[in-house]
Design a protein around this ligand. Sequence first.
Ligand code: RIB
Ligand code: CA
Length: 324
Amino acid sequence: MSTRSIVIDTDPGIDDAMAIAVALASPELDVVALTTTFGNHHVEVTTANAVRILDVLGRPDIPVVAGAPRPLTREGHGPATSVHGQDGLGDVDLPPPSREVDTARHAASHIVDLLRSRPGEITLVPIGPLTNLALALRLDPGIAELAAGVVVMGGAVRSPGNVTPVAEANIWNDPEAADIVLGAAWPVTLLGLDVTRHLAADRTWLDSLAPIDTPGARLVADTAPVYVDFHLATEGFDGIHCHDVATIVHLLAPELLHTEPLAVRVVTGGLAAGQTVANAPGHLDPSWVDRPPVDVALGVDATEVLELVRDRLGRVPGTDDHRQ
Ligand code: RIB
Ligand code: CA
C-alpha cells in the first residue's frame, strides 16, 4: 500500500482531535507534521492541545509547529470556548503537553520547506482558519505548484453558514486568507458544511465508542460532551457534527463524497464576510474568468463515513490491533 504524506494544519478543537485520531489510525496516511493556528482557541492553546492529542495517541514523535496568532489583516474573533470548552478540548483535564514547541519556527516556513524538500509528495490538510497557508503562499508563491493537494475543511457553498447565516467558522475567522488559498493554482478540495452538516454522530454513535478501548475512541468519547452540549443548546441535537474528519475520510475513501469543480471566491467585507460564493458555468463577470476551480464537496454517504470513522477509531495507531 502506498502511503500519502500529509500535514494537518489545525486549531484543536474537539473535532480536530477526532480528525487527527483517525488519520493516525490509518496506515494509508503518514502524518508528517501538525501545524497550528488560532481559531477555536488562541494559538498558544491550540499548539499545546496538538501536543496533548499526540501524547494521548502515542505519537509524541510527530513535529508540532506553531503558526498564526491572528488573521492576516483583520482583528480575530476570539476563542470559541462555548463550542470546544475553556481549554479547547472539552475541559476533561487531558494530561498537560509533554513538550514545549519551539515558537521560533513558524508553521508557514515549515510548510514552505516541506513542499520545497518533497515536491509533489505532500498534501496539506487545513482544518482551521487558512492563515498559515496564505502566509506560506506569500513567503513562496511557487509552492502552489509543489503541493500534491490541499484538502480544506471550510465553507458553505450551497448551505447556510454556522457562525453567520452565510459563513462557516474557518472561513469567517480569516476571509482574506481563505480567498488567497482558494484562488491559488494548487489542487484544492473544499469540504464544507454542504457535506459536514450531514456527518451527524448521534447519541447512539457516541455511546458505541464507550466499550472500544483504544486511544482514539477514548479521546473522542472523553472530549465529546462539551461539544454535545453546544449542539443541544443550538440545535437540540444530542450528538456532534464531525466537520474536520471529512478531510481525512476524503483521503481514505473519496468515493464516499461527491464533488463538483467550481470556482469559489470569498466575501471579505460587510455583513456577508466569510461567505464562500461558487460560480457556475456561464457566469461571465471578469472577476470569475481567471479563477481556478476547486473541487467542492456537495454530496456525502454520511452513514458510510461515520462507519469508517468508528472503524478507524477502533484501531490502535501504528499497530494492527483492531478493537470494535
Ligand atoms: O465550522 C467547523 C470548523 O470550525 C471546524 O474546523 C471546527 O474545528 C472549527 O474550527
Ligand atoms: Ca478545526
